[in-house]
Ligand binder design. Sequence first.
Ligand code: SAM
Length: 206
Amino acid sequence: MELKEIKKIYSDLSKNYNKLVKNRGKYTAYKKMSLLIIKELKLKNAKILDLGCGTGLSSLEFFNKKYEVTGIDFTPEMIKESKKLSFKKLICQDLETPLKVKDKEFDAVVLTGVMEFIKNPLSLFKEINKKLKSGSIFAITIPKKFPKYSKAPYKNYYKKEIEPVFKKAGFKIIECKYFFGFRQLKGTQNIYYYGYILKKVKPATK
Ligand SMILES: C[S@@+](CC[C@H](N)C(=O)[O-])C[C@H]1O[C@@H](n2cnc3c(N)ncnc32)[C@H](O)[C@@H]1O
């Protein structure tokens, strides 16, 4: 999918996103993944980077814990919705360009509902590695590939395709959950997720 097309979808959806994805889409990954991070971190104070933060659903649990959250998204209308929440900082940029945040700044990075659109996972994962402190956590949803949907318009993966990419980017797998992702709002296909909790075990290489 072209960037322009993705931005248009989320720009049009922005005002109704929360209601639509929760009710009709049955999307719960945003909550599952943030709770897994909180369980793994066991920290009183933490700095979180929410990539593709959208309207901010993926950070609600972090706000409850009073964590400091920076959100990044490239759709201005989604950022506008996120501004209603307690983000420390919101940045409007494409995730596939160098991230405009400091290196080794964050205890965890969360990326939920976004891998569907990412063209170069390795270069994004390496960039995420740079932004994490040593030993910190990266939580990500990966849409599962089904052979019968091989022509799907969104990116999807077999485990054996994506797991070596995590390793190459300096991450170790701590946990992998498999769960219902969402029901497409247009179309009938159900999307299933692998929800990975990863740990940074070495710095990203060039
Ligand atoms: C399905 S929403 C997920 C929002 C939020 N993480 C959640 O779980 O509710 C996907 C978001 O990713 C953003 N997005 C997709 N591709 C992006 C890119 N290359 N750079 C920045 N944001 C992107 C879209 O604008 C949209 O807000």
